[in-house]
Design a protein around this ligand. Sequence first.
Ligand code: GLV
Length: 322
Amino acid sequence: MKQVFVTRKIPENGIAILRERGFGVDVSPHDRPLTQDELIEFLQKKPYEAVLSMLSDRIDARVFDASPSTKIFANYAIGYDNFDIAEAKKRGIYLTNTPHGGVDRVAEHAWALILALSCKVVEGDGYVRAGKFTGFDPMLLQGMKVRGRVLGLVGAGRIGTEVAKIGALGFGMRIAYYDIVRNPEIEELHNATYWPTVEEVLKQSDIVSLHVPLCDATRHLIDASKMGMMKPSAYLVNTSRGAVVDEVALVDALRNGVIAGAGLDVFEHEPAISPGLTELSNVVLTPHIASSTVEAREEMAKMSVQNIVDMFLGGKPTDMVY
Ligand code: GLV
């Protein structure tokens, strides 16, 4: 019986698929991310053939050395910056992700952050709860109407395309986007304009939403100088990976009115949050839950385990990351 180690509890439908297909499954008993040392300790207890990993598990040479029996690491995530791909390739180890899992849900969450900022939902909620509401005030908490504004996308893959669709069809927004490859779908269906540099998008956008994977080229892509190019009235929304934004520079930019606000579902050093961020009233923060619905998380469970099943019963997983 092939053995699978699952590094954190996932929806039961995924575990059931593995068991039905004859795999032995052990799930980490801890309701928290494992440290790499803890992961290695678990992997040394049994010769696991497959590991179902979280985006918080650093999967690199140390893990590969510690668990030579493991042929596949199947991420329960769209992103896979936690993998050392070059090292896995060298060793012939398979790495997979869940590229379609929760895509539309992440786009909805990006929009939840955009609307929370532009309608001052969180500030307003805090104001009412604090007992400050004394009656209708024409000057109170004025937000920004999004209709007709420019939505800037940095990254226009599956999620960026969904975000564009909601902006164009729902709010009549003009879409400006940058990506390393052009996306004919958003140009044709949503009249999006392609710009060959991130800077061009930042300069003209009222709302900037980030949808790039984290890699060497995108780490701190949005730094102090890029924030300085944005309109002082603009909002920055990040549902991709925290380290795409220089979070210390962001706190400064938000404090000093360089930009008007930020909506973040991801953090540079998560779960740690950069000092100062939680004290600002012009940010909306959510705990990496953009894909969190029952449906999306079950879909991700199904896709991640399917890669393990395909690898052992079909010869090759579907969603290889290289
Ligand atoms: C979540 O961040 C994911 O990559 O699926």
